[in-house]
Structure formats: C-alpha cells, structure tokens
Write a protein that binds this ligand. Sequence first.
Ligand code: HEC
Length: 154
Amino acid sequence: MQVRSIVIAAIAATAVAITTSAVVAQSDPIAARRDQMKAMGSFIYGSLNRMQRGQEAYDQAKVNAALTQFVESTQKLPALFPPGSVSGTKPGEDFRTSDKIWTEKPAFDARFAKLGQDAAGLRGKITSVDTLKPAYAEIRKQCDGCHEAYLIKN
Ligand code: HEC
C-alpha cells in the first residue's frame, strides 16, 4: 500500500513537471525560441566557427552534436512563432521581428525545414576541417539569410 502511494506520487510529480515545461513553451514562446536559437548559435558563432578557421582543434563529437542540435531545433522552432508573438520591442533590444514572419509563415517555416534537412544530410559527411569549411559556409548562409529577411534593426 505504502509502495503504491509512493509510486503514484512519483508519477504525479513527473506529470506536473512535463505539463509545466509544455506550458512554459506555450506561455513564453519568445524565450523558448531564443533558447533554441542560442543553442544553435553556440556552435555556429562559437566552436564550429573557430574550428573552420583553424583556431580550435577539429572535434568530431562537437560537429556531430551541432548537426543534431540543428535538426532538433529546426523541428521545434516553427511552433514557437505563434501569431502575435512579436518581439524585440523593449528598450535596449537591437532587433525586432518583422511582421513578414506571420504574413509569409509557410516561406519562413520552409527555411527551418531546409536547414534541418541539410543538417541531417551532412551527418557522416563532415570528417575534417576541409569538409567542415564548405558545410559551415552553407549553414551559416541560411542563418544569416533568415535573420536578414525577418529581423528589423531598431
Ligand atoms: C527561418 C528563420 C531563421 C533561421 C533559419 C535561423 N534563425 Fe536565428 N533567429 C530568427 C528570428 C526570427 C530570431 C528572433 C527571435 C526573437 O527574438 O523573437 C532569431 C534570433 C537568433 C538569435 C538571438 C537569440 C536571442 O537570445 O535573442 C541567435 C543567436 C540566432 N537566431 C542564431 C541562429 C543560428 C546560429 C542559425 C542557423 C544555424 C539561425 N539562427 C537560423 C530566425 C531564424
């Protein structure tokens, strides 16, 4: 009896934790999408950038982790731009979201889909600095291209 109530309490606690994180994503999609962008950015502006410049040793595990991050983030991101979730309007913020994100949502989402597909296709193909360089340039172009098209400088 006691064991059973402990098990039930544990299941209930897990359910609450899962519900809470789902609610956070829904109630604060701006924070959630920024977290995903930052996770991708830590590779693109950090380790991968230094590796392809020869400023940091080539690290296959980091390359693989980056590709997984791009695949996973681009799957989550379309849902994190619900209608009306305009951002970047507070004082001190450098960029704000363009309304085009919502008036052309299919085209916006297609960029995430392409990035995710390209990252998945690169699995096993990047094995050295020489193969990282062109792959990095292609991914980076997609990040920068979307930021240029859908963010407005304040
Ligand atoms: C389909 C469009 C799109 C693509 C592709 C995209 N981004 Fe973004 N990114 C955005 C938008 C829109 C924002 C602004 C989000 C906000 O602040 O609400 C953003 C914001 C960011 C930020 C700032 C996050 C913060 O904390 O304010 C970083 C860093 C970032 N992106 C990195 C990347 C990297 C790296 C890639 C490529 C691997 C990438 N993004 C691909 C649209 C995109």
